[in-house]
Design a protein around this ligand. Sequence first.
Ligand code: ADE
Length: 423
Amino acid sequence: MNAEHSGIADPGLAGAGKARIGWARQAMPVLARITEQFTAGQPFAGLTVAACLHVTAETAVLVQALQAGGARVLLAASNPLSTQDDIAAALAASGAAVVFARAGADPRTYQDHIHQALAPGPDLIMDDGGDLVNTLHAERADLLRGVRGGCESTSTGVLRLRRMAAESALGFPVVAADETATKRVFDNTYGTGQSTLDGIIRATNLLLAGKVVVVAGYGACGRGIAERARGLGAQVIVTEVDPVRALEAIMSGLRVMPMEQAAPLGDVFITATGSRDVIGGPELAVMRDGAILANAGHFDVEIDLPALAGQAVSVSYDVRPHTDEYQLADGRRLLLLAEGRVVNLVAAEGNPASVMDVSFAGQALALAWVADQAGEDDGLAAGVYPVPAAIEDQIARLALAAAGAQIDVPSPAQQDYLRSWRH
Ligand code: ADE
């Protein structure tokens, strides 16, 4: 096994992975256009990018775009269970990236893989959830000086970065690629909304019609999940800590109540809060026999897994793929999906390629922007930066063009009217 293959499960899967990457690429026209631009402009010429992302077919298309732009990419997984081993093999075989990712990696291997991706000393980083940035600051601070900047693709990761920046602990500029309007709507609401239910259905073969689905969190992801569940005929209950979001859920015709009250009512529980212990021991203690527990948030802390294990007298693992059955002392059974990790990426394939096309377009352009800024004389100061408005505009225009849609252009009289207060 050569060095390029050392971090992957099975190089023999490369053929299958290549075919799946080709399928995804067909649904990613925006990234195709950006790849052409990168090929011509070489924004990453001579630069090393350490990326920590879910290793999926869509990520492979992104990595190939970065490589086309001149980058040397080292890729580690951003979740121990979400890696698609055939894609890891295909990427490694194509030489687009050095890959350190395998499905089911134990915590130590997962962390070692991040270290290996960082080892050559990156010029740029691309993170999903913050594990790469955390490791860099906590364990490889010696490499910080060489990092020009990076981007982060999840709200959980951006939250962590802002806390670091507030404490002056962040060592370089990072673009909050999560926070474009295009990403919020496409990816979080439509993408995660659909792929979360896809994961739950693949894992359980459940009919959602007539079921009570409790969605914890009514942010951009939670509202997508709630709408899709309702569309499939479920009765949806929302739990929230934010009064405005709770009101929005009510105005959308959903029931809102504390988790404590929802716990005995739900057939399916889906967490999408970014917080921890949203479903805790007291709630687990009153759930119905056969209740299903799934998490769509980035980390596996939203369902209190130690409390679940503590209440169980035994566990039957993999009663179906990605479904573990916990038997409780009173005879009830609770079904935990994907070990409490991101169910859409573990039990399904993550968000569809057409969604990731737009999200990854933002990330690719944000990284090129950081690379360019950092090349300027004084560069960017350490901190968290919004995606520049021009990039958001460019993504939306490319996505519209890919959809074959055109929009109006304001006339000079309209522009004048909108600019002036005298009219
Ligand atoms: N996050 C959500 N869906 C994803 C996908 N398909 N690929 C990479 N990251 C993702």
